[in-house]
Design a protein around this ligand. Structure first.
Ligand SMILES: Nc1ncnc2c1ncn2[C@@H]1O[C@H](COP(=O)(O)OP(=O)(O)O)[C@@H](O)[C@H]1O
Ligand SMILES: [Mg+2]
Length: 359
């Protein structure tokens, strides 16, 4: 007699009543969810087909095996406490534990079950089900890792902007103010001296304006909204080529105007990061940036002839990770084609939403 919490009475349809008459084992054997009954010493007293399939990798399927043997040593006491606590309270339990596979690798399993009491009211065994939650756990972990990296990157960026504003812009504004104060104080100044000071003050004001312009452009390229992707990519390539002394050829083909703003921003950011990586990591002498578009999709390729890397062995930094996240977020795909000594191609393809009304 199972005495565990249930959510109300079972369904009592005609079929349900008929099934209730059939041998229970047949039914439990074929449900596509692992069902197990563990003895009080942890041996497996019963496992349906799905359990045998699920447990075959963890060596827990056999009659002699105890699930505790397969359980990761660090998780054993938690699991035991959950089983015993459930028995003491005649209640259900749900835990996540690591089970060791025969290969030595560990996978995360979620176990849900409850105590099973005999007709004499004594605890006889435990009954329940389980699911392999490794993939979910890994996904959660990589999301958390990404979030942590994003926060750290944002802080770095904020520190850089704060430093630049303080060390550069503030200092220069301070000098400019001092100069203007000086000019106010010279009452008998000759026109010539005053004129020279004004020219100098104007030049300083222009330099400050340029710094702020560059800073704001790096934060968000306003050109993108005003002039579109092609012009902005073109000037990005020119800036990179000039600042890093590398040959960059830019080619744009097909329909690339009037792109949705998030698509244009995504492709721009990918070009920015891919160029940054090419100049930072590849030692390339030439880089090719190619944008193309038609009514169905837009594509961007950044190819360098540098030293390349192995995308499988190389751990992704924030750059590669964010590129992929950005494209996938708008329904596109990122391809990294790179081999050592053969150079690197980063390709992003983003589908354009088809305007149904226009058809
Ligand atoms: N174009 C490239 N050529 C050679 N190596 C590259 C290139 N792009 C990326 N890599 C390698 O991949 C790594 C991860 O890149 P990324 O995710 O952008 O992080 P980061 O640039 O901060 O190191 C780099 O450190 C580098 O080793
Ligand atoms: Mg990078």
């Amino acid at each position: 007699v199972a005495r565990v919490e249930t959510d109300g009475e079972p369904l009592r349809t005609e079929l349900a009543l008929e099934i209730a008459e059939r041998p229970l084992g047949q039914l439990v054997d074929v449900v596509p969810v692992p069902v197990w009954i563990f003895a009080l010493d942890g041996r497996v007293r019963y496992g349906n087909h799905a359990w045998v399939r699920a447990a075959s990798g963890i060596g827990g399927a056999g009659a002699e095996a105890t699930w505790a043997d397969a359980c990761h040593p660090d998780d054993r006491s938690t699991a035991l406490a959950a089983f015993r606590g459930a028995a003491a309270r005649a209640a259900n339990f749900a835990i996540e534990v690591r089970l060791r596979e025969s290969t030595g690798a560990c996978r995360w399993w979620s176990f849900a079950g409850g105590p099973y009491f005999g007709s004499d009211g004594n605890l006889e065994s435990y009954v329940g089900t389980c699911t392999d939650v490794t993939a979910t756990r890994e996904a959660q972990r990589s999301v958390r890792k990404l979030a942590a990296k994003l926060i750290a990157a944002q802080e770095t960026e904020r520190r850089r902007i704060a430093r630049e504003l303080h060390d550069d812009v503030m200092q220069r504004l301070f000098l400019l103010t001092a100069k203007l104060e000086n000019m106010m104080r010279i009452s008998q100044a000759t026109i010539g001296q005053l004129r020279a000071d004004v020219v100098d003050a104007r030049r300083q004001a222009q330099r400050i304006a340029t710094t702020i312009h560059v800073l704001s452009h790096q934060l968000h390229p306003a050109k993108l909204d005003l002039l579109g992707l092609v012009t902005t990519l073109d000037s990005l390539c020119r800036d990179f080529s000039r600042d890093h002394n590398v040959r960059i050829t830019f080619k744009a083909e097909g329909a690339l105007s009037n792109l949705p703003p998030d698509t244009a921003l995504c492709l721009f950011r990918i070009a920015q990061e891919a160029l940054q990586n090419a100049v930072k990591h590849s030692d390339a002498r030439a880089i090719r940036v190619h944008a193309s578009g038609d009514s169905a999709q837009v594509g961007l390729q950044v190819t360098d002839n540098g030293k390349g890397f192995d995308p499988f062995l190389q751990r992704s930094g924030l750059g590669l990770l964010t590129m992929r996240e950005r494209v996938e977020l708008i329904g596109g795909a990122l391809r990294i084609d790179s081999r050592t000594k053969k150079g690197t191609t980063i390709e992003a393809i983003v589908p354009l939403a088809v305007d149904v009304a226009a058809q």
